[in-house]
Design a protein around this ligand. Structure first.
Ligand code: NAP
Ligand code: ZN
Length: 352
């Protein structure tokens, strides 16, 4: 066991603050990573503030962070995939049972025994797993991803959640050239959805509540931008979408988007507001439309996404911050004021 530096929350109303945490020494199959950058996902905020209490109650102290890029410091005796000095990345998963039908299908995110990077029981040290707002982490090599060498590291970190969470449903629902795809909410996930759907060849329409993001949306790869509070603009797209990805972090009217789908169109929710969203059944049944959800992605699919991003030179647009600004960054997330992902430079932890 060794000590790592971290930022941790003591309770749902406490700010994140400097703390020391224990990490295990690497076992035979483990990789110890010195963390260079960690993205800030809105899920970190939901968890730190215990907003998902009825589904996943937060156990404190909580160290969030599941968009991790770093350099391998030590490896266990049986590790073959990584050597000290290599780059390595970790997303939302650090383990699973590896035997259930979901794991067998490379869908570890749906494993009933999946271990999340933070706020999951830690079978090694007891207590809960601690995430990437830290200078170091130890993870089984099977859950560590390879980073394409050409990508900027601060902008690569968000691919580990925002990237894979948007990539997986875009691929599952066949978004490609000739398809009209919508992305709702231009935040961390949404802006990756735009970049990836554009790179997959689709006609991309962004729906935003923030008129000031219009030019950015076009620069990121959108073909059209709709200000979603403008009902006339929305109406122009009625019945026309093959697929819509909804990445909004708060309660909102989902039916306004269901009406924009064509026959057999699908809307997938990746945004995870804490309370239920009412769905108008008639919007679904009259055009055989479907409404579904999606959770991050499996390990193989995450590597596929990273390799695609390497080949297309895609990273997140990041605002790099020192960890001391993390509480301010959370307040800005709640105001939809992020362009388009905060990435924490973990060198800033050295002074703590
Ligand atoms: P984010 O960066 O805060 O972006 C959310 C965006 O939603 C905002 O930028 C804003 O976009 C829009 N929005 C916010 N409040 C709104 C409101 N009241 N009405 C309409 N639109 C609103 O968050 P994120 O990190 O991308 O995460 C988005 C959601 O996905 C969160 O709930 C997160 O927990 C969830 N998530 C799910 C998964 C999964 O596996 N399913 C993985 C990661 C995250 P505009 O300014 O463009 O309107
Ligand atoms: Zn996330």
């Amino acid at each position: 066991m060794y000590n790592a530096k971290a930022y941790s929350a003591a309770g749902a109303t406490s700010p994140l603050a400097s703390a020391k945490i224990a990490r295990r020494d690497p076992n035979a199959h483990d990789v110890q990573i010195d963390i260079l950058f960690c993205g800030i996902c809105h899920s970190d905020l939901h968890t730190v503030r215990d907003e998902w209490h009825d589904h996943f109650a937060t156990v404190y102290p909580c160290v969030p962070g599941h968009e991790i890029v770093g350099r391998v410091a030590r490896v266990g005796a049986a590790v073959t995939k990584f050597r000290p000095g290599d780059l390595g990345a970790v997303g939302c998963l650090v383990d699973s049972d590896r035997t259930c039908p979901n794991c067998q299908a490379d869908l570890e995110q749906f494993c009933p025994n999946a271990v999340y990077t933070y706020n999951s029981p830690d079978k090694h040290l007891g207590g809960m797993t601690y995430g990437g707002y830290s200078d170091s982490i130890v993870v089984d090599e099977n859950f560590v991803l390879r980073v394409p060498p050409n990508l900027d590291l601060a902008g690569t970190a968000p691919l580990l959640c925002a990237g894979i969470t948007t990539w997986s449903p875009l691929r599952h629902w066949g978004v490609t050239k000739g398809k009209k795809a919508g992305v709702v909410g231009l935040g961390g996930l949404g802006h990756m959805g735009v970049k990836l759907a554009h790179a997959l060849g689709a006609h991309v329409v962004v729906f935003t509540t923030s008129p000031g993001k219009k030019d950015d949306a076009l620069r990121l790869g959108a073909d059209e931008v709709v200000i979603s509070r403008n009902t006339d603009e929305m109406q122009k797209h009625a019945g026309s979408f093959d697929f819509i990805l909804d990445a909004v972090a708060a309660e909102h009217d989902i039916n306004a988007y269901i009406r924009l789908l064509r026959r057999d169109g699908n809307i997938t929710l990746v945004g995870a507001p804490a309370r239920p969203l009412p769905v108008e059944v008639f919007g679904l049944i009259f055009a055989r439309r479907s409404f579904s959800g999606s959770l991050i992605g499996g390990i193989a699919e995450t590597q596929e996404m990273l390799d695609f991003c390497g080949a297309h030179n895609i990273t997140a647009d990041v605002e790099v911050i020192p960890i001391q600004k993390v509480n301010e960054a959370y307040d800005r997330l709640l105001r939809s004021d992020v362009k388009y992902r905060f990435s924490i430079d973990m060198a800033s932890l050295k002074s703590e």
